[in-house]
Design a protein around this ligand. Structure first.
Ligand code: ADP
Ligand code: MG
Ligand code: ZN
Length: 536
């Protein structure tokens, strides 16, 4: 309590902080699974400050994250150093940090990136500390990177698994805000934390409102601008975009056409520009930041009132993290996702073009389909859907009407679209046989054909001679469109890009799954409200 008040200048502990601190003081391995912003850092920082005979080693994935934490600690007078920081006066700082660690007068904490653990002088330093019994604890911050990043991003985090072997007597703290049961098990297993004390908090963010809105391409930006001007005038927010260029474009429109204080932020900017924009935003000189996913890890701004997704997020976990930057002060904040199936396709094309292993691409596609399913599900509580993804059971009665689906009072009536789906597949296959080589059928053509359109392009190809032409005439276009989207999400139909003259045309194709398993989707509907179910 003394350290909390006198050093950190905080009034009281937040839930489970004290328990986790006590477990660390007892020298146990500690696993902390709290949502972002709930105060995981304190669970190792207070024990580190109290442990005056040794050094706590904190491994973090990002230099910028480390810098923020170190700066915050220095400000309140905690003795801390970092190794392998940024370019600016690196050598001088590096020398003195190392000198301090070798000296009698040691700092309480040292922060470093996982890559540093491989650097020979750092290794030597840590071994020497260990041999003299002065290595108090290893802290693995953002511990999900051990598995997540091992799978996707970089090699060094998984190597952390060796610290248990190299320093068997040193206790470990693993901290994360992103773990489902599988990831959690993997973290504990890799770090060999068999008998650890575990602390968890619910991931529900009570003060956030979640909504998915249809994205009408041209009007969408206008809608966002009006929303910002009317609902969030003078308030801080983030608009996430898919690409660098769209960040720049969107920020420009908001700024120049609507007079909104907005700036863009993405990874390809000069790092000084990037830092400047982030600082201006943190200090409230810029209100709206229009950013790619490069923005956000480790930002700690309490009064973000809205997070908008101008394009589909990469995964539900990413969506949770990105929206989690809103409302950290506990006051109401809104998370609006603009969804269009086109964005899913654009993103799929991007993934397929990336220089990555096939496995990795498949994971990314799967993650994306999960988000598409989330967006299209306008029945189930959003919170329940997101939290289920983290293995947390959530009772929608506790949503307090803070999501669009819980607010929607229209009755849910179920309708079976299995027959419609089968007919759609039959007509599609039959039309495909009428197509010339190297040509195909686009999704909108199939929608038109299913609804019996008299469009010249379709009639000229003789499509209307098929017995099933117009078989879904009685359904509204939006419903047929939705049916095909659902069939793509569930993997019965897919699309592929074909070069036609100068353009890329996206044609539909039937998936192997559909052919080999004869799997038929059952789609249930209520007046344009849907839930999907698989039927074999
Ligand atoms: P996490 O790592 O879980 O995302 P942090 O440790 O960075 O969260 O803490 C988030 C914010 O909460 C910080 O600004 C921190 O000062 C604040 N905080 C942490 N614990 C407390 C507390 N007991 N009382 C008040 N503020 C706290
Ligand atoms: Mg943290
Ligand atoms: Zn809800």
């Amino acid at each position: 309590m003394k350290v909390l008040k006198n050093v950190f200048r905080l009034e009281s502990f937040r839930p489970k902080q004290l328990e986790a601190i006590c477990a660390a003081m007892d020298g146990r391995d500690v696993f902390v699974l709290f949502p972002t912003g709930s105060g995981k850092s304190l669970t190792f920082q207070i024990p580190a400050v109290l442990h005056t005979t040794g050094v706590t080693v904190v491994v973090g994935p990002l230099v910028s994250l480390i810098r923020d934490q170190v700066d915050a600690l220095l400000k309140i007078g905690v003795d801390v150093v970092k190794l392998g920081g940024e370019q600016s006066d690196r050598e001088r700082q590096e020398m003195s940090a190392r000198d301090r660690l070798w000296s009698q007068d040691k700092p309480r904490l040292v922060y470093l990136t996982p890559e540093q653990l491989r650097v020979p002088p750092t290794k030597k330093l840590l071994e020497s500390l260990y041999n003299r019994g002065q290595l108090v604890r290893f802290v693995i911050d953002e511990a999900h990177c051990i598995t997540d990043w091992g799978r996707r991003f970089r090699d060094s985090y998984p190597e952390l698994a060796d610290i248990r072997k190299q320093y068997p007597k040193t206790p470990i703290s693993a901290l994360t805000a992103t773990a489902n049961a599988e990831v959690e098990r993997d973290i504990l297993c890799r770090l060999d934390m068999r008998d650890c004390a575990q602390f968890r908090l619910s991931f529900n963010r009570k003060n956030l409102y979640y909504e998915v809105r249809p994205k009408k391409s041209k009007k969408c930006l206008e809608e966002i601008a009006q929303d910002i001007k009317q609902q969030y005038a003078g308030q801080t927010g983030i608009v996430y975009c898919l690409s660098r260029t769209s960040c720049e474009d969107v920020a420009k429109v908001l700024r120049e056409d609507h007079g909104i204080s907005a700036k863009h932020y993405h990874a390809k900017m000069d790092h000084r520009d990037r830092e400047r924009v982030q600082r201006e935003w943190s200090e409230g000189k810029v209100l709206v930041i229009v950013a790619t996913v490069a923005f956000g890890m480790g930002i700690d701004k309490a009064d973000v009132r809205f997070v908008m997704h101008y394009s589909i997020p990469q995964s539900l976990a990413a969506y949770y993290q990105e929206t989690g930057r809103a409302g950290r002060d506990g006051n109401p904040a809104q998370c609006i996702l603009y969804y269009s199936f086109n964005d899913v396709r654009t993103r799929i094309d991007m993934i397929r073009k990336e220089d990555k292993s096939d496995d990795e691409k498949r994971w990314q596609e799967d993650d994306l389909w999960t988000v598409a399913r989330y967006c299209m599900n306008d029945v189930r509580c959003r919170r329940q859907q997101v939290l289920a993804h983290f293995g947390e059971k959530f009772n929608p009665a506790h949503c307090n009407q803070l999501c669009d689906n819980c607010r929607d009072t229209r009755p849910i009536t179920r309708m079976d679209h299995t027959e419609d789906a089968i007919n759609a597949l039959r007509l599609f296959e039959s039309l495909l046989r009428m197509c010339k080589r190297n040509s195909g059928i686009t999704k909108s053509q199939l929608v038109y054909a299913l609804r019996g359109s008299k469009q010249k392009a379709l009639v000229e190809k003789g499509f209307n001679s098929d017995a099933l032409y117009g078989v879904l005439k009685s359904l509204p276009q939006a419903t047929v469109d939705r049916l095909l989207d659902e069939m793509m999400v569930e993997g019965f139909l897919s699309s592929s890009q074909v070069q036609v003259g100068e353009y890329n045309q996206t044609y539909l194709k039937v998936c192997m799954l559909t052919i080999s398993l004869r799997v038929i989707p059952t789609l249930t509907q209520s007046r344009l409200r849907w839930a999907t179910k698989r039927l074999f």
